[in-house]
Design a protein around this ligand. Sequence first.
Ligand code: ASP
Length: 346
Amino acid sequence: MSRKEHSSILIIYTGGTIGMIQNAETGALESFNFDHLLKHVPELKQLNINIDAITFDPPIDSSDMEPELWSRIVSIIEENYDSYDGFVILHGTDTMSFTASALSFMLEDLMKPVVLTGSQLPIGALRTDGKENLITAIEIAAAKNAEGHPMVPEVCVFFHENLMRGNRTTKINSESFGAFGSNNYPNLAKAGTDIQFFTRNIRKYVPGLKLKAHHEYNSNIVIFSLFPGIQQEVVEKLLGAKELKGIIFRTYGAGNAPQKKWLIDALSKATAEGKIIINITQCAGGSVHMERYETGLQLLEAGVISGKDSTVEAALTKLMYLLGKDLPIEEVRRRMSISFAGEISV
Ligand code: ASP
């Protein structure tokens, strides 16, 4: 790994705990501005990297993240793509995996690092994890190999020592510093005394590829989770909703559902109406295999598509992205089954 003398990194500060400060009256954490954040990390000056920043005004708690704001981030990266070696996005942890997944589809043929990070404790707090996360994310975004190409030309999440493919991550813990997991894909790098890159897990750099930025999306989608005792009327109303275009269907185990005729009929009717239903397991790891059990096979016959080993975040944002393109239904179905940005193992 090498780093040329003055790499240039653009930080996009969207908000999140990393830059928050405690309201003296209510005790609640509220967003603060980027200068405040930098004041707490004087170490950045030692990095020998040019750092510029663009701040959301006002910074947001990531619970308020919306697809329009993903599109704003995409525009910032698009407009600044040729001027920087890499991008670091400071983001709240709550919806970071949704944003990382969405960006991996909206930034097609990305050949520069886009590293999302944040923290569990504000950067001004004594035991903050924010400093480590921020400094290492910047180092990773600036890292080049011997040929001078970026080490990690893809959208990723850096948190608590681990660099993960962004569209494989899920927030797994609301308190631990290890807030993110990537159960179905190995890490891209590990930061200990050195940063160790696992190049075989990282997307290959392809010279000459030009970034294609996408801004369209359709969020008429719902996440629908099975549970024992689920009621017919509720499911029929939900799946029958006129505006609904897509369903992330959270099933049991390897992609199984109860053998209730009304449920299979409701699913078949929805797919016949052109609604796209993606089967994602409720398990934290592993893949959907609908052909394995009778309880899965019936879903395949109802027109349900396997989400394979995708996270909910990746399946949801990919479907939003594809539905935004006004493609024929068959084409959306086909594209949901292939990998766009390493989000599923095929
Ligand atoms: N609520 C915060 C957010 O997602 C939590 C965090 O940043 O860790 O913006």
